[in-house]
Structure formats: structure tokens, C-alpha cells
Design a protein around this ligand. Structure first.
Ligand code: ATP
Ligand code: MG
Length: 484
């Protein structure tokens, strides 16, 4: 009914719809798709159940279904429903409508670090750009009529096209890859597929729904998503289908119109979801090594340098182990070469070390980070990691005691550890800090005495206060996991 209403108001838009293939609904039973229901998160199951019990349609959707089908445990669960955000919100105690351009509901379970968010989105209508323009240009469509259609309208009456609700087949069609456009009902265990996603998953093909050129034009960020999924699924044998891969490089210039903040976020997804090195490999293979986002160009350029490579490997390893990663840490690694260069140049001109480092950092921020709004915290964290590095050389007096108490000590130490790994500083320096950070106060004093003895063996009289091994507060080998 809603679809008919939309079509009536859109008039000529029928032509645009007729040109789009919404696919045919195919329901695949558990005996065929073989999804292990125990891999479905209990909270996602609860969201689906609650919605279905209230009389709505509800499914697990998108990447989670793809991963379930491939036997992987999804890292997060999205649910799609025909309930509007307000209707969803009304059913849960802790549910929040978020987003403007793309309104969804976050249903929150648990508290603190352990909390889990299930994202619930309402089925979207498939409006291509042409259709959206028609809605905008249709003078007979008043604001109240649009509101009545459940369209979200901004203050100028512009339809935010991603908030136009529609039937499931249209929702499927506006998704990106066939393997990302399936719906799974954990109750009946049926898989709903409109675009041959199941077949593509079996044949290990990453295929854009519809005409890839049109889909990249519609949302150029899909170019970056193609790289991300190619990297993520490559180890399982997936390949980008030819028609999907071919236009990627030639359409790269479209990314110039995408807001910088969105590109930045997509860059982080390439680098921080456990497939950083594989993503860089794909970027190079697909001819996308330059031109997505200036900072990403730098990452790709430097991916083969020992330090950046170590940082990327470390990031992939941590994500693989379920540990948190922070963008500030990786970006501090990537831009360290610039900071060091600027710092050395200033030291050569006899600028004192700390102001020299500070100036070098300012210069790097101006040149490389640019104006990505809301990055204040990120920049502050990067600065702190860098500014801590010369302080690691000061292992006497009260400096070490105050340094280990700093909130970002772990990040700064991890950075030092990587520098040691590539022989930029002595491994023994990183080891010393590892010991120091986990030792009790007495053992810390001993460690400081050891440094003094090493520096001037004669004047130290050969024997520090005690020769015993420093007592440890925590077991050694506990790696620095402080990045949050
Ligand atoms: P991941 O496992 O990395 O989270 P994902 O497929 O779940 O991968 P999300 O970014 O979480 O990716 O998006 C969820 C789903 O929303 C996708 O599977 C896809 O169906 C749809 N989607 C997201 N972004 C786009 C886009 N730019 N164009 C079309 N569909 C998209
Ligand atoms: Mg996802």
C-alpha cells in the first residue's frame, strides 16, 4: 500500500522503478543453507522475536547473514524490519533513534565495556537519484503529504531519500553486494534471497546488485566497500566479479564529492577491521592505491616500510585476537616518519628537543590531517603518543614514575615497542619500560639504579642497592593492551 502511495505521488517515477530489477523472492530452508543457529547472538534473536511478536516482519540482515552463511561468527548483528523507527523504539526499554540521513534504532543490551548494540533499520524504498530528484521537484507534493508518507523531510522540504520506507524487495535492491542482501529469520530459519546471494556465496563471487557503474555513481563509497569485502573474503576464496571490479579504478574521481568525514571513516574500516594488509594489497591490485583519501595514500605508500608494516600487522593481529584498536595509534605510526624528519631538522638548527618536537607535530597536522571536523580527540591522542617518545629516554629521577601514570602511557609504550621491533631504539629500552610499568615501587627504584649503574659503572660503585631481580606486581609478558 505504501509502495502504491509513493508511486502515485511520484507519478513518472514508475518508469524508474520499472527499469530496476527488484529480484524474485526465494525462501531457502535450513537444510539447504546450513546456517548454524547457535552462531546467532541471543540479543539479536531477542530483537527479532520481540518485533515478530508485535506483529512486524523482522530478520537478521546484511553482513551478519553473509558471515553466518560462511560459517563465521558475525562481529555485529543488524536487524531489518517493516516497523518504523518510532515503532521499534516503543518496543524496547533501551532503544535510541539515531542518525539523520539514515535513521536507525540502536537497541542496547548490557552496560559499560560489555554492552552490545543491535542496529535495527526499517526496510527502505529503492529510490535512485532520478526518483529522488523527482520527489524534490514535484511541487504538488506538499510537506505534509511527504510527512504522511513517512518520508523524512528536512527544513527545506528536501527528501532525505534514505529515510523513505518501502517493501522488503526494494530494501534488498538498494543494498550493495548480493551476498550482503540476504535476510535470515532465526525463528523459522528461512533465508530470504532476492538477488542470488546464496548462489554467489557458494560460488565465492562478490557481485554488485544491478549495474555496478550506476551503483558506484549513486554512492561512491561502495568503491571502498568493494575493496574491503574483497580483502576480508579473499582468504575464503572470494573474487570480485569482473563487471563489479572493472569500473572501480575509472570511477575513483567520484569520491571527490563524498564528505571527508565519511571517507575518513571508510578508511578506518579498511585499516581497523582486521584486514589492513589485505586491503592494501587489494587497493594496489585494483589500481586504487592513490586517490581515495590523502591519508590513505600515505598509508599505502608506506605499507612496505618496516615501521608502518609492523604497525599494520600488529593492528590485524590485535583485531584477530578481539583486542581493541585505536585510530590514533595507527595514524601516529603512519605519520611518524614525517614527525621525525621535522624534528631532526629542528634539532639540527639547535632548537631544544621538546619545542622542536612540538613544532614538527604541528607541521604534520597542518600538512596531513587537514580539516576533518570532530577529530580533536584523535589529534590530541596522537600528539600525546609522539610527545611521550623522548620521555622514554629519561629513566632517572621522578620522570618514569609520572610517565607510567599517564592515561595514554600504554599507547605510548606500544609505540615504543614497535620502534624497538624495527631497531629504531634498543629492545632493552622497551624491555626496561615493560618491567618498570609492571613492577612495584621498590622494584622500580632498583630499575632506576640499574640504569644509573649502566650509565656510569665506575661512579655507581658497581652495585646498585640490590642485585635481586625486580619484584613484579603483575606477571610479565602481559602485553600492552591499553589502546581503547
Ligand atoms: P561488516 O561485516 O564489515 O560489518 P557489513 O556487510 O555488515 O560488513 P555494514 O557497513 O555493517 O557492512 O552494513 C550493513 C549492511 O548494510 C550491508 O551488508 C549492506 O547490505 C548495507 N549497506 C551498507 N552500506 C551500504 C552502501 N553504501 N550501499 C548499499 N548498501 C549498504
Ligand atoms: Mg555490519
Amino acid at each position: 500500500m505504501i509502495k502504491k502511495f509513493i508511486q502515485k505521488i511520484l507519478g513518472k517515477q514508475n518508469a524508474a522503478h520499472a527499469a530496476t530489477d527488484f529480484g524474485k523472492r526465494v525462501e531457502i530452508p535450513a537444510s539447504v543453507h546450513g546456517i548454524d543457529p547457535s552462531l546467532v547472538d541471543d540479543r539479536a534473536l531477542n530483537v527479532v522475536r520481540t518485533l515478530q511478536d508485535a506483529g512486524y516482519e523482522a530478520y537478521v540482515v546484511g553482513g551478519a547473514v553473509r558471515d553466518l552463511l560462511l560459517g563465521l561468527r558475525p562481529k555485529d548483528f543488524d536487524v531489518a524490519t517493516d516497523a518504523t523507527p518510532e515503532e521499534v523504539k516503543a518496543l524496547f526499554r533501551r532503544a535510541f533513534i539515531i542518525g539523520r540521513r539514515f535513521r536507525i534504532v540502536h537497541v542496547v543490551y548490557g552496560r559499560g565495556r560489555e554492552h552490545e548494540v543491535i542496529e535495527v533499520s526499517t526496510f527502505r524504498a529503492h529510490l535512485d537519484n532520478r526518483a529522488a530528484e523527482q520527489v524534490k521537484g514535484n511541487e504538488r507534493t506538499s510537506k505534509s503529504e511527504l510527512a504522511g508518507m513517512k518520508h523524512a523531510v528536512d527544513s527545506s522540504g528536501r527528501v532525505l531519500r534514505d529515510n523513505v520506507w518501502g517493501p522488503q524487495d526494494e530494501d534488498a535492491t538498494r543494498r550493495d553486494f548480493t551476498v550482503n542482501a540476504m535476510y535470515y529469520d532465526p525463528e523459522s530459519q528461512y533465508l530470504v534471497d532476492y538477488h542470488g546471494g546464496m548462489k554467489d556465496a557458494t560460488q565465492k563471487v562478490l557481485r554488485m546488485i544491478g549495474d555496478p557503474v550506476a551503483r558506484y555513481r549513486e554512492d561512491p563509497v561502495r568503491i571502498i566497500r568493494a575493496v574491503r569485502f574483497a580483502a576480508k573474503l579473499n582468504p575464503l576464496g572470494f573474487k570480485l566479479e569482473n563487471k563489479t571490479a572493472k569500473p572501480l579504478a575509472t570511477m575513483l574521481s567520484l569520491l571527490a564529492d563524498v564528505p571527508q568525514s565519511r571517507l575518513f571513516d571508510e578508511m578506518l574500516k579498511l585499516l581497523q577491521t582486521g584486514h589492513a594488509l589485505a586491503s592494501i594489497e587489494q587497493l594496489q591490485k585494483l589500481g586504487l592505491h592513490k586517490g581515495i583519501y590523502p591519508l590513505l595514500d600515505v598509508v599505502v605508500e608506506r605499507a612496505d616500510t618496516a615501521f608502518v608494516k609492523a604497525a599494520l600487522l600488529d593492528t590485524d593481529r590485535r583485531v584477530g585476537e578481539g583486542k581493541p584498536v585505536a585510530p590514533s595509534f595507527l595514524l601516529a605510526c603512519v605519520l611518524w616518519a614525517d614527525v621525525k624528519l621535522g624534528w631532526d631538522q629542528r634539532l639540527a638548527k639547535k632548537t631544544p628537543p621538546f619545542p622542536a618536537l612540538q613544532e614538527a607535530i604541528d607541521e604534520v597536522f597542518d600538512a596531513r590531517i587537514g580539516d576533518v571536523s570532530g577529530r580533536g580527540k584523535l589529534a590530541a591522542d596522537m600528539r600525546e603518543i609522539w610527545m611521550m617518545q623522548p620521555r622514554f629516554d629519561k629513566r632517572i629521577g621522578s620522570t618514569p614514575f609520572s610517565l607510567v601514570e599517564q592515561a595514554r602511557f600504554r599507547a605510548g609504550f606500544d609505540f615504543l615497542r614497535l620502534r624497538a621491533e624495527v631497531s629504531e631504539v634498543e629492545v632493552s629500552l622497551a624491555d626496561w619500560w615493560q618491567e618498570f610499568s609492571t613492577a612495584d615501587d621498590a622494584a622500580r627504584e632498583d630499575l632506576i639504579q640499574l640504569v644509573k649503574a649502566e650509565k656510569s659503572p665506575a661512579s655507581a660503585g658497581g652495585t646498585p642497592k640490590s642485585r635481586r631481580a625486580p619484584r613484579r606486581r603483575k606477571p610479565s609478558g602481559q602485553s600492552a593492551d591499553g589502546e581503547a
